[in-house]
Write a protein that binds this ligand. Sequence first.
Ligand SMILES: [Zn+2]
Length: 74
Amino acid sequence: MLDGRPEPPFRVLMAGYVVDFHHRNACPRCQPDGSCRRLTAAAETLRAWRHRPDHPPPHHTAPDAGEQQRPAAP
Ligand SMILES: [Zn+2]
C-alpha cells in the first residue's frame, strides 16, 4: 500500500461501514423519523477525515499548469 495515501484509522473504516450499512438497512439505534446517532457520528467522522487539513485530496493537474495560469508580469 505504498501509493502515497495514509491508511485510514480504524474508526474511519468503521464509519464507512456504518454509512454503507445505513444505505441498505436500519440499525437498532435508528429512530422512526430516520435520524440515527450512529449514522450522524459516522458521517461526521468521515467528513473530518476527508477534510483533514494536513492531507488534502490529490489533484490531477498538469505539472506546469500553475505556471501557465499565473498572470504575466508587465
Ligand atoms: Zn442507525
